[in-house]
Design a binder for this molecule. Structure first.
Ligand code: HEC
Ligand code: HEC
Ligand code: HEC
Ligand code: HEC
Length: 220
């Protein structure tokens, strides 16, 4: 049989292309199967923590109590917890309603928690976790997280709690609010907000000139 030379070279070329494709796909497959292939890529610079360090607005230390008129002297005082509690026997039965001497006005509406779910009756300058571990007030978010893990996790990756400050760090720092910047630990429900429309700016939007023009586009 006499096959023409052009037919031969076409078949050879096809075989060659097929071989190259096979080798390439095999190589690509092996490369994909390599589990370290991902990790070998360097983390992009813009995701690094040091470049985008974010401070959290946490309490500086244990809170103090301001009393407008002291029940005995009538004078205003600011006192730390231990000033009074070092000599008082903790009363586990107390609820916010009973606190009529020194913690008047403390609103409490946080499920059916007791004061000592969070406060430490051995040392009022600290907080207490459920496993009785003592933590400073600065670590209040650990306390919230033990009961509100979904929100704490969402907070960590940015879906709860938002971000404040500057995107461009040369203009100022960037920071996040802590759980208790937004939620009062004693009555944590976030207040309902009602959106309001922006008032018409009478200087930038003189009514005589723009009112007629805008009338058709305004939704009222
Ligand atoms: C000026 C004194 C004074 C200071 C300061 C003070 N307390 Fe109290 N506290 C009291 C008294 C008195 C009671 C008893 C209830 C009342 O107020 O009538 C009480 C009650 C409580 C209770 C309820 C349980 C119990 O033992 O009765 C808790 C919890 C508590 N205080 C926590 C704190 C914490 C936390 C601080 C600091 C941030 C603080 N207190 C600062 C005087 C004080
Ligand atoms: C869910 C945890 C939690 C519970 C429950 C709780 N507290 Fe607190 N409390 C805190 C935290 C956190 C702070 C610190 C707030 C801050 O630094 O702004 C605080 C602060 C205080 C203060 C200082 C003044 C103020 O209002 O910030 C007093 C007084 C106090 N608590 C008393 C009580 C009493 C009394 C009860 C029970 C009726 C109670 N707490 C229940 C977490 C709690
Ligand atoms: C010991 C467990 C416990 C701790 C600690 C605790 N919580 Fe709660 N919290 C609860 C429970 C229980 C509820 C009620 C949940 C429900 O109704 O579904 C609640 C409800 C809430 C709510 C919803 C309130 C509403 O009415 O919508 C917020 C917000 C909240 N907590 C924030 C906090 C913050 C902030 C802290 C830290 C200071 C904290 N919690 C610490 C147990 C806890
Ligand atoms: C920037 C303010 C902000 C910060 C910071 C914040 N929260 Fe909230 N949180 C909110 C708002 C607003 C809501 C109310 C959502 C709604 O009403 O639908 C809410 C709701 C909640 C609720 C009620 C359940 C829900 O998802 O509606 C819990 C529990 C809660 N937050 C816990 C936390 C904890 C724990 C932290 C800290 C890790 C935290 N929040 C930090 C603003 C904040």
């Amino acid at each position: 049989m006499n096959t023409s030379p052009t037919k031969h070279s076409t078949r050879n070329a096809t075989l060659l292309i097929a071989a190259v494709l096979l080798a390439w796909s095999g190589f690509a497959f092996l490369n994909r199967a390599d589990p370290t292939a991902f990790q070998r890529k360097k983390q992009p610079e813009h995701l690094s923590q040091t470049l985008h360090a974010t401070a959290i607005d946490l309490p500086k230390g244990p809170p103090t109590v301001f009393i407008k008129n002291h029940p005995d002297t009538g004078a205003p005082i600011t006192a730390s917890c231990t000033t009074c509690h070092a000599t008082r026997t903790p009363n586990r039965a107390n609820t916010a309603k009973d606190l009529d001497a020194f913690h008047q006005g403390l609103k409490f509406n946080h499920a059916n928690l007791s004061c000592y779910s969070c406060h430490n009756d051995q040392d009022y300058q600290t907080l207490k976790l459920a496993d009785t571990k003592t933590i400073p007030f600065q670590e209040v978010m650990t306390l919230c997280a033990q009961c509100h893990n979904p929100q704490a996790t969402a907070y960590k990756h940015g879906a709860h709690g938002g971000m404040n400050g500057h995107w461009d760090l040369s203009r100022g720092p960037r920071y996040k609010n802590s759980c208790i910047t937004c939620h009062d630990p004693h009555a944590p429900q976030y207040p309902t907000l009602r959106p309001k429309f922006k008032p018409i700016d009478r200087f930038l939007d003189p009514p005589n000139q723009t009112h007629a023009k805008k009338k058709g586009t305004r939704h009222e």
